[in-house]
Design a protein around this ligand. Structure first.
Ligand code: ZN
Length: 116
């Protein structure tokens, strides 16, 4: 079955770089997004990390610009259908299903004004 996917929210490549504390996603439209792991962990979309069902769409992109972030590590990632990425963290936390569309929106480049 052919499913149309929007290039800007469709991953073409993904790289986990625990050593340099980054996750990189290359998108179908050629854009490269670089996510500091601390910010990615802070923006875990699961209900517990978001602080309840009423907060599900409230994210904290400012966490990507934390000046002295705690080290985080990704143990594994798994694609969920064609809409999301499940990330397992070093502390065992794995309930966050990051929608590709959310990740594209969270791209730190979209939130540079928070870098102070
Ligand atoms: Zn979470």
């Amino acid at each position: 079955m052919y499913v149309f996917m929007e290039p800007s929210t469709t991953p073409a490549g993904l790289e986990i770089d625990n050593e340099n504390q980054k996750m990189l996603i290359e998108w179908g439209d050629g854009h490269l997004s670089v996510y500091p792991l601390y910010g990615l962990r802070k923006n875990c979309p699961c209900v517990v990390c978001r602080g309840g069902h009423s907060q599900m769409n409230k994210f904290e992109p400012e966490a990507f610009f934390e000046k002295d972030p705690a080290r985080m590590e990704i143990t594994s990632v798994k694609q969920i259908g064609n809409h999301a990425l499940q990330i397992t963290w070093h502390d065992g936390h794995d309930t966050g299903m990051y929608r590709w569309s959310t990740l594209r929106e969270l791209d730190p480049e979209n939130h540079k004004e928070l870098d102070q």
